[in-house]
Design a protein around this ligand. Structure first.
Ligand code: ZN
Ligand code: ZN
Length: 215
């Protein structure tokens, strides 16, 4: 136990922490420490506490009356800080493990997303090949089937290009309605040619019905 001539604890003003914590205001001192000082007046100066002979200020200048001491007299602030420092490697290892898990999760999500895109492309290519096979079979079959296949292909291509569709006019071929107009329309179902034809047919039907009613 060292004291200096001034009656203060051996921690001098050169201690880096002494300025902040060495002379704590009485408000911070526990009631217990005040009682203790009363019953056991300082022997070796204000740095000494009662009959215990323990220094009030630890080597780093903490007021142990306020901070507390463990059974061996060690300053509890220093003890907590030492324990915190001792656990630093474990904390860093845990943080590194967390970062590694996050990176692995991220990589797994990226892998799944890549697989999903590849699967979509694979299915798209498969559907394209199937459509092309069907188209070639239809062309080979000739007649109405080939005509219908040509129209649908042209219609798909026009729609994909955007803004236009093909006129959906159908005429009967071999007893079945078949698309056969390749004119583009912007919003109408039929092109202007077939719109006029439709009007003529409606007018013809109207006259036909009127004739039937009169006769
Ligand atoms: Zn301390
Ligand atoms: Zn048309």
């Amino acid at each position: 136990m060292e004291t200096d001539g001034t009656g203060a604890a051996s921690i001098g003003p050169s201690s880096p922490l002494s300025g902040e914590t060495r002379f704590s205001p009485p408000l911070l001192e526990s009631a217990l420490s005040r009682l203790r000082r009363e019953f056991f007046p300082p022997r070796g100066g204000v740095g000494w506490v009662g009959m215990t002979g323990r220094r009030r200020y630890c080597l780093r200048g903490h007021d142990t009356d306020a901070a507390g001491r463990d059974s061996s007299g060690r300053c509890l602030i220093c003890k907590r800080e030492a324990m915190w420092a001792a656990r630093a490697p474990a904390r860093e290892a845990a943080a590194a493990a967390r970062a590694e898990r996050a990176a692995a999760r991220e990589a797994e999500l990226e892998r799944l997303e890549r697989e999903r895109i590849e699967e979509r492309h694979r299915r798209q290519a498969e559907a394209d090949r199937r459509r092309e096979r069907e188209y070639q079979l239809a062309i080979k079959a000739g007649g109405r089937v080939a005509a219908e296949a040509r129209w649908w292909r042209a219609s798909d291509e026009t729609l994909e290009a955007g803004r236009y569709g093909l006129c959906q006019w159908e005429d009967e071929i071999d007893g079945e309605y078949t698309h056969l107009c390749f004119n583009r329309t912007r919003s109408d179902v039929y092109c202007s040619t077939h719109n006029r034809q439709l009007e003529r047919e409606i007018e013809r039907d109207r006259r036909q019905r009127a004739k039937e009613v009169r006769s």
